[in-house]
Write a new protein. Sequence first.
Length: 282
Amino acid sequence: MSDIKARVESNHTVRMFKKYRNLLGELTRKSIKLKYRNSWLGIVWSFLQPLLNMIVLSVVFGALLGRGGKGVICYPVFLFSGRMIYEFFVTATKQAMTAFRRNAAIMKKVYVPKYMYPFSSILSSFVTTAISMLCYIMVWVFFKITGLSGGHGLNLTWHFVLLVVPMIIMLIFSTGVGLMLSVLCVYFRDIEYIWDVLMRLLFYLLPIIYTLDRFKGNHAWIKTVIRVNPLYHIIMLFRQCVLTGEMLNWKMLLYSFGSAVIVLIIGVLVFNKKSDDIIYHL
C-alpha cells in the first residue's frame, strides 16, 4: 500500500509541475525584472557587477594573496571563478528565503503550488549567473590573449564544457537550502539577518581569494573544516574545468553531488511538512 501511495503522490507532483510550468517561467521572469527595476542599465548589471567586483578584489588582494599560491593561475580569473559560484549561492538562497513574503498577496488570492515561489527565485538567480558567465568568458579570453597576470597559463581544453556539471550541482544544492530557508523565514524572520551574517563569514571560509596551501603548521586544521563544505568542492570542480583544463576529480564530484542530493531531500521533506501552514503566518 505504501508503494502505491508513493507512486500516486509522485504522479500527482509531476502532473502539477507540468500544469504550472508556464507559470514557473513567468515567476522567474518577474523575479529578474523586479531585481533590476528602476535601474538605468537593467539586466546589464548582471554583466557589469561581477566584472567590477573582480577588478576591486584583484586590486585589494592580488598583491597579497595572488602570488605564489599553489593552483593560482591568473589571479583575476581565479578570483572571478570562486566569486561567481559564491554569488549564485548567496543570491539564490536569499531570494528563496523571502519568496513567500514577496508573493504573499498572490498566495492569498490564487492557488499555486507553493514550491513555485522559492524555486522561481532560485531559477532567476541561475539565469543571472548564466549572463555573468558571458562576462567570465570574455575576461578569460582577454587574459589568455594578453598574458596579463599569468594569463598564458590558462589552459583551454574540451573539459571546459564540463563547467555545466558543477553549475548543476550548485543549482541542486541551492534549491535544497533555499526550500528550507523559505519555510523557516516565514516562522522566524530573524533568520534573514542571521543568514546575511553567515554568508559574509562564508566568503572568507571558502578559497575564493586564497588557496588552501596558505594554511600550514598549527593552522592546518582549517583545511579540514573548509573541505567539509560542499561549496568548496563545487568551486574546485569549476576551476578544474576553466583554469587548468583538467578532468573533473571524481572524489570531489561524488562528494559534492551526494551532499547536494542529501540537502535537496532534506529541503523537500522540511518544505512538505510545513508548507501547508505558511499562509497562516504571512
